[in-house]
Design a protein around this ligand. Structure first.
Ligand code: AMP
Ligand code: MG
Length: 314
């Protein structure tokens, strides 16, 4: 028996309001937030206590709606047609008008998209009326939950609630396939096997092994976003020619300034981080000086990403 329709409707309305809602899918329980609302997405990282922003899977109620968010090549379309709804996640380039917050894809130009198999999950997504970003509903580093009781034990006091759909039948994460290059690459094995994928596509696919930096196809699998501009951290002032990324009311002299959060709200800063780095890049900054960000709560993940952006390039 599925969840009560009244509970699904209440959960959908909470999602629309920017709250965190855990819900059953056929793979594992997801921790959902409105993917178009950066601050709602920031709450996911906050609740999970993730030390870094990694890109999240965005969930849609139908293939038709999912396909609007990205640029689906013929392989991606075949996969969507063969496996959706179901435990397969497809990575494609974002569509030009994709409304999903950049925080949900951790600044990447690609997006991981899935249409879950569980009817109650799709009903929730339909009623919510927005793409829903949802990693597994567990505290970072703990195992993925396959019952509502698991979710409540870990995250109960940090979320609006959970749509209880009983035990997840697959119990394994979705298979993730990247369709960014000429040959599809399985980034993570999961609920759909390589053989079944190859049969649907009528040709072999690659399987990513080892570290995410393995150059299966150069440039295809960039594991994180880095701005073109150089990044200088813990900067109280901007040097001549530098753009400045502020945090808090104090803004030093600089030609180009963006402010992550004038009120020093880390959730707001997280929601703005990638979009503002992109903007400063687009405006042609050679170098971006970044204000000190407190290393607590979401600040840990913000600083992790900034440190990667500031690291020397390979
Ligand atoms: P989880 O948050 O546990 O559901 O895991 C999501 C997985 O999807 C992680 O392994 C991410 O690295 C992967 N992922 C999400 N978005 C992308 C993307 N745009 N490109 C490559 N991998 C992605
Ligand atoms: Mg997980």
């Amino acid at each position: 028996m599925g969840p009560d329709p009244k509970d699904i409707a209440a959960a959908a309305s909470a999602l629309r309001d920017g709250k965190l809602v855990a819900f059953a899918t056929e793979t594992v329980y997801g921790l959902g937030a409105n993917a178009c609302d950066g601050q709602a997405v920031a709450r996911i990282y906050e609740a999970k206590g993730r030390p870094s922003f990694n890109p999240l899977i965005v969930h849609l109620p139908s293939a038709e709606e999912a396909i609007r968010l990205g640029r689906f090549n013929s392989d991606a379309l075949k996969l969507a047609d063969s496996f959706w709804p179901g435990p397969l996640t497809i990575v494609v380039e974002r569509a030009d008008d994709c409304p999903v917050s950049e925080l949900a894809s951790a600044g990447l130009s690609s997006l991981a998209i899935r249409v879950p198999g569980r009817e109650s999950a799709r009903e929730l997504l339909r009623l919510a009326g927005c793409p829903v970003a949802a990693p597994s509903a567990n505290i970072s580093g703990q195992i993925s939950p396959t019952t509502a009781q698991h979710v409540m034990a870990g995250l109960g006091d940090r979320i609006w609630g959970v749509v209880d759909g009983g035990r997840c039948e697959v119990g394994l994460e979705s298979t993730i396939v990247s369709c960014l290059g000429d040959t599809p690459v399985i980034l993570r094995p999961g609920g759909v096997s390589r053989e079944v994928i190859e049969e649907a596509l009528g040709r072999p696919v690659l399987l990513q092994t080892g570290s995410t930096n393995d150059p299966i196809s150069p440039g295809q699998l960039a594991s994180h976003y880095a701005p073109n501009a150089a990044v200088r951290l813990n900067a109280k002032e901007a040097r001549p020619g530098e753009a400045y990324l502020a945090f808090g009311k104090r803004e030093p002299e600089a030609d180009i300034i963006r402010n992550l959060s004038p009120s020093k709200d880390l959730r707001e800063a997280a929601a703005n981080l990638f979009a503002m780095l992109h903007t400063l890049d687009m405006l042609g900054a050679d170098s971006i000086a970044v204000a000190p960000i407190p290393d607590e709560g979401l600040g840990v993940a913000i600083n992790d990403r900034l440190a990667r952006a500031a690291a020397p390039r390979d």
